[in-house]
Each structure stands twice: as C-alpha cells, then as structure tokens.
Design a protein around this ligand. Sequence first.
Ligand code: PMP
Length: 447
Amino acid sequence: MNEIPNSIEARDRAYQMHPLVNLKAHETTGSLVIDRGEGVYVFDRDGKRYFEGLAGLWSVAVGFGEKRLAEAAKAQMEKLPYYHVFSHKTHGPSVDLAEKLIRLAPVPMSKVHFTSSGSEANDLVVKLCWYRSNALGKPEKKKIIGRVKGYHGVTIAAGSITGLARNHASFDLPIDRFLHTHCPDFDSLALPGESEAAFSKRMASELETLILEEGPQTVAAFFGEPVMGSGGVYVPPENYWQEIQAVLRKYDVLLVADEVITGFGRTGNMFGTETFGMQPDVMVVSKQIASSYMPIAAILMSDGFYRPIAEESDRLGVFGHGFTASGHPVATAVALENIRIIEERDLVGNCRARSPRFLAHLRELAAHPKVKVTRGIGLIGALELHPVGDVGRAGAAMAAAALEEGVIGRAVGDSFCLCPPLIITDSELDEMFALVAKALDRSDPAG
Ligand code: PMP
C-alpha cells in the first residue's frame, strides 16, 4: 500500500513506540494496520485476511468479533462504568468473578486479587512473597527462582523472573534476589540416551543444587509456566513437575503456577495445573480469562499463602497495596461472560478434541528439511527451524513468509509458534497448516 501523509501508518511511525520491535528499524518499516476481526481471522485495511495463528497474543480464546462480550461491556459501562475495591468497597462483577475463579480452581484456593496485566500480577506475587516471609519472621527468605526461557512479564520484578536475554539486556535486569534454573528443553538438553523421566530428575537435581548453594532459608518461591509459552513453547517432559515439586516441598519453597497462557483451556484442561498434576500455592491467570477483550489478570492464593499476609496487615493496620483498576467492573463483567462462553460452548473440550489433529499437522511438518524439531500440547505448539546464520534469522524469515501467505504466528529465536483461538474447527486447522507449510517452503533466511 502506498503510504499517504497523515495516514495511520505515517502517524503510527511518528507517534507510537512499539513493543518487541527494533525501534530504529520500525521508524522506517512501520506497522501492518489490523482493522477488524472475525472468528479466527483478522483483516488489514486493504481487506486482506490473515489467519490469527497466535490468537492475538496467545489469548483470544473465543475468537474475534464475539458480540456477547461487546454487549456485556456495554451493559456494565451503562450501569456502573467504574468503581474500585479499595477501603471496604466492592461491586457485583468483581465478587462474581472472584467466586467463579475460586470454584474453577483445580486446587483449593482461598482469595483472588485482580490486576490489569500478567506482569503486574507476577510483580505483585513477588511483593506478596516478601511480605509473607516478613510476616512469618523469615526476613531472609526472599529469593525468587525462575527458568531460562521462562516468561513472566516485563515490569522490574516480573521481568527479573523472566529468563530471556532480550527482556534483560540494557534494562539492568534481573535485579538481585532473582535466580534462574534450566529450561526443560528435552530435545536440546537431554544427554545421549537419557529418558524423559531421567532428564526430569536431573532438572530437579539441578534445581536442588541451586537452592542448596543459595541456602534454602533464603529462597521464597519458584515461578513456572505449566507449558513455557513466549520463550518458544516448551512442553515439560514426563514427570517434570512431580520432580520439581518434590524439591520445592523439601525446602519449603512456594510454587507459583503462571497460567497466563495455559489458563482457560489451552492444554486441554481448564488449567495447565490439572494437565500436569501441579499443586501450586499461587496461580496467576490473564489473557484467555477475558479473551483479551479487556485487560485483566488475577492472582489466586491458597489459604496457607494468604493467611500470614492477612495477619501482617492486621499488625501494620493496613494492607498497603492497591491498583486503581483492580477488579475493574467492565473488565470483570467481560471476563465472566467470556468464561460463560468457554463453558457453554465447551471450548476446553474443543481443544481436547482438535488437539490430535493439531499435533498430527505439527508432526507432519517435522519431516520438512528446514525443520529441526516440533513441540506441542493441546492447541499450542512450535516448529523449531534449523538455524541459518545468526540465531533468529530462520525464525524471522519464517514469520515474514507466513505473513505473506496470510497466517500470523510468532517467531521466537528460530521457533515459529502457533496458538490459535480455541474455537478453531478441523477445517480451519487444516487451512492454517496448509498456509504454514507453504510459508515454510518459501521462507528464505538467506534472502
Ligand atoms: N506470564 C506469562 C506466562 C505470559 O505469557 C505473559 C504475556 N505473554 C505474561 C506473564 C505477562 O502478561 P502481560 O503482557 O499482560 O503483562
């Protein structure tokens, strides 16, 4: 499209600083303007249709253009567009959603606190871990362990738990007290002949070594995505979470399950915690909770996690924390309606039913000469390409070719990630993979 002065493209380049781009290059390359969406598709301003193979940012579970969510937002806007939950005030949608989450939680949870984003939620969980350790008279127990390639957001604490160089470099992250253990990338890190179960045992023993080196009395919590998402989609190998949890229990280290991507059906169960038999003390959810139609995240806490925090606020006289938009009525109303849709249409069941076809397509692509390995579970997966030149070149070329073919995915290093809306049908899955296969044939990292 020829750019006209004063066009959206020109004004975007002039005024907006974008995430996850080369900012300097962006000043000349600019953005693709997405104009509208419908089901699994989005359309640019020329009317070109794109298959949204990443459901926006791993999040638009019910697909684009869902009228019920627009209506829920409008109704709440008209009734009570805003109120807060500070200082003993509340409103119906925040209470309804908190109750719903407690009822849905796969392990006993006691309290919910809302934030507007996954980063804020993880940031706050770190603060709560520190507050809780002080409450328990263990002021030393403050260190947080994340994993290489783990993604938990970009604020100072959440960005420090994240284990990706691109989110650390030149930001002076991670800050002190944040440590990282290995990524459970079986395909790359397994020793010759090592079984998945043996690999998982070794990962757990590496974690134990780290905890012992640091001193167990200094380690408060371990954060993990049940399936790593933004770092490139790494599905834990057999027994991984069982082995990791045994170490955490042994040293009284809390487990925080970051379900921001896996929550609300992505792995074929409502939560990744169920898929992998996890027993977290805290769960963080966002994205699919409202299909990203509104910004909202939630922290679910067990009673054992919450109780010392309540005691400490009693001692201090107040819980000195709060976000203006915590439990925002429109965001909570939209999330409730979105969860209703997920339940009524059994989108978790749809994920389970479509998953074998999704994984079969991925396996088929694994035979392509440009593909090194594929990974996936439920309706989330990745193809990792053989590197060509610098790391990331093959992945970027693949994402560019995919866009030309009309499918949007996410390049992470040399992996190309897919995470389509949970409403996807078999024929739409076939269509998406046909486009991906064409893109793979034509992608040219040397070009
Ligand atoms: N945790 C996980 C697992 C995520 O995938 C993300 C976002 N990709 C976040 C946290 C951060 O969420 P947000 O972008 O809403 O801050």
